[in-house]
Ligand binder design. Sequence first.
Ligand SMILES: [Zn+2]
Ligand SMILES: [Zn+2]
Length: 113
Amino acid sequence: MNSVLWALADALDIVPTPPDARVAAMLTGWWSRPRLIGCAALRKDSTAPWFVCAPDPTVLCGACAAERHKTERRCMFCHAEVAPTDEVAVIHEMKNATVVVLGRTHQTCQEEK
Ligand SMILES: [Zn+2]
Ligand SMILES: [Zn+2]
């Protein structure tokens, strides 16, 4: 895993999780549509690492993604609001796409493999 991911995981106090087949499928679905770049810094620097806050496919820089993660309360799998007590934080680095996926999910959605 790259250092950007670790720095972000550390800042958000989340332990990175190994790539999950469902998240990979979600990304494949997003990438079949035009990319949505939601951050001015990324438009200027096309080599900067990409981050997304699932379930929103907008591509952000690390700083924007960290901010966005605080307010995005939807479950990345079922899209319903996640209560803090029922929350599992998720951070994935997709190997082939060089994109870091941030999100949260319900305990029950997480276990449903
Ligand atoms: Zn940004
Ligand atoms: Zn859920």
